[in-house]
Design a protein around this ligand. Structure first.
Ligand SMILES: Cc1ncc(COP(=O)(O)O)c(C=O)c1O
Length: 349
C-alpha cells in the first residue's frame, strides 16, 4: 500500500465540498447588517427550524457564537457555571471575562455535564455576599471529554434546576448533530433542553466558515447588537452562508460514517491492553488515548506519528486526540489504525 497522509487532528481541517464552492459562487447576497442578505436569511431560518427555536443569527465562529450568547444572557460582574473542561473556559482566551466582565465557576465532572448537586449548591448561595449566577453553560458533544454525548436525561436535570432558580442555559453545541446521532434523537430535542445553542458549520459539516446562534426571538434581537459590538456584523456574508446551507442540508446525515470510523479506530487500538481503552467511552467522531502507560508523552507521540504521516493532536501531556471527518475515508482510517498500532507496539518494545 503506498504511503498516505491521514489527518486526524480535528474535524475543523475539513475542506469545503464542490457543492459548497458552487453554492458560494452563485450565492445571492446583500448587506446583512441591514438584514438584506437573502442567503444569510435563508440559512438563519433553516437553522432556527432545525433546532426548533424561534430565531437564529449567523456568526463567523463558534467562539463568537458562545461569547455573543454569554454576553447577551449576562451583565458585568455576573458569574457563569460551566464544566471545568468546557471549551468556553478552556479555549476562548478568557473572552467571557475579558469582554463581558463575567466570571466562570467551574465544576468538575467525569462526562462533561456539571454535577447537578454542585450546581444547585452554587445557585442556592446568598445573593448579597456572592456574585449573581446568571447562566449555566453546557457542551454537547464535549470536546475535551473525548466527544462524549451528554444524555437528554442529564440535560433535562440541568434544565429543571436552572428553571427552579430562573437561570437560563446556553449550550455550546458546536457538534450538536454528532450528539444527536449518538443519542438517536433530533438536534431539536437537545435544543429543547436549553434556552440558546451555538453550533458550528465548519467542523464535521465541512463548511469553510460559520456558526449559528439560535434562541427565542427576543434573545436573538439582543444578540444582533452584541454580535455587532464584537465586530461580527458582516456584509455580503451570503457568500459563506451559501456553503452553510449545503452543510446543513447535505452533510448532517453522513456524520454517522465518522462515528463508525472512530469506533473502528478505537477497536483496533483497544487491542493494545496497555492503552486500557473502553470502547463505550467513544460516542462520536473522536478517540482519545492516554499514552502515559506506553512510556511516552503526548507531544512526543504526536511528533513521531507525524513522521509516519499520521497527524494527531494532544490535549495535555498524556492524552492524544484522533478525530475522524469527511476528508478521512474508511481506507484512510484502516491505514492509520494499522500504522498507529505498529507504532505503539514499537514504542512499548
Ligand atoms: C466544543 C467547541 N466549542 C466551540 C468551538 C469554537 O469554534 P470556532 O473554532 O469556530 O471558534 C470549538 C472549536 O473547536 C469546539 O470544539
Amino acid at each position: 500500500m503506498p504511503n498516505r497522509c491521514v489527518d486526524l487532528r480535528s474535524d475543523t481541517v475539513t475542506q469545503p465540498t464542490l457543492k459548497m464552492r458552487e453554492a458560494m459562487m452563485y450565492a445571492e447576497v446583500g448587506d446583512d447588517c441591514a438584514g438584506e442578505d437573502p442567503t444569510v436569511n435563508r440559512l438563519q431560518s433553516l437553522a432556527a427550524k432545525k433546532l426548533g427555536k424561534q430565531a437564529a443569527l449567523f456568526v463567523p465562529t463558534g467562539t463568537m457564537g458562545n461569547n455573543v450568547a454569554v454576553l447577551t444572557h449576562t451583565n458585568t460582574g455576573d458569574t457563569v457555571i460551566l464544566d471545568s473542561e468546557a471549551h468556553i473556559y478552556y479555549y476562548e482566551c478568557g473572552a467571557i471575562s475579558a469582554l463581558g466582565g463575567v466570571m466562570p465557576i467551574t465544576i468538575d465532572s467525569e462526562d462533561g455535564c456539571p454535577d447537578p448537586d454542585q450546581t444547585e449548591f452554587y445557585l442556592q448561595r446568598d445573593p448579597i455576599r456572592f456574585p449573581k449566577i446568571s447562566l449555566i453553560c453546557l457542551e454537547n458533544t464535549h470536546n475535551r471529554r473525548g466527544g462524549r454525548a451528554i444524555s437528554l436525561e442529564q440535560m433535562r436535570i440541568m434544565q429543571s434546576i436552572a428553571e427552579r432558580y430562573n437561570v437560563p442555559v446556553h449550550l455550546d453545541g458546536a457538534r450538536i448533530f454528532n450528539a444527536a446521532h449518538a443519542l438517536g434523537v433530533q438536534a431539536k430535542d437537545i435544543a429543547d433542553c436549553v434556552d440558546s445553542v451555538s453550533f458550528c458549520l465548519s467542523k464535521g459539516l465541512s463548511a469553510p466558515v460559520g456558526s449559528l446562534l439560535v434562541g427565542s426571538g427576543d434573545f436573538i434581537a439582543k444578540a444582533v447588537q452584541v454580535r455587532r459590538r464584537l465586530g461580527g456584523g458582516m456584509r455580503q456574508s451570503g457568500i459563506i452562508a451559501a456553503a452553510g446551507i449545503v452543510a446543513l442540508t447535505e452533510m448532517v446525515d453522513r456524520l454517522v460514517d465518522d462515528h463508525e470510523n472512530a469506533q473502528y479506530l478505537a477497536k483496533e487500538l483497544a487491542e493494545i491492553d496497555k492503552l486500557e481503552l473502553n470502547l463505550t467511552d467513544f460516542h462520536t467522531n473522536m478517540v482519545v488515548i492516554n499514552v502515559q502507560n506506553i512510556g511516552i508523552t503526548a507531544p512526543e507521540f504526536v511528533k513521531i506519528a507525524s513522521k509516519h504521516d499520521i497527524r494527531t493532536s494532544y490535549f495535555d501531556q498524556d492524552r492524544i486526540r484522533l478525530v475522524t471527518n469527511h476528508d478521512v475515508s474508511r481506507e484512510d482510517v484502516e491505514y492509520a489504525a494499522d500504522v498507529l498500532v505498529k507504532l505503539i507496539r514499537s514504542i512499548m518494545n
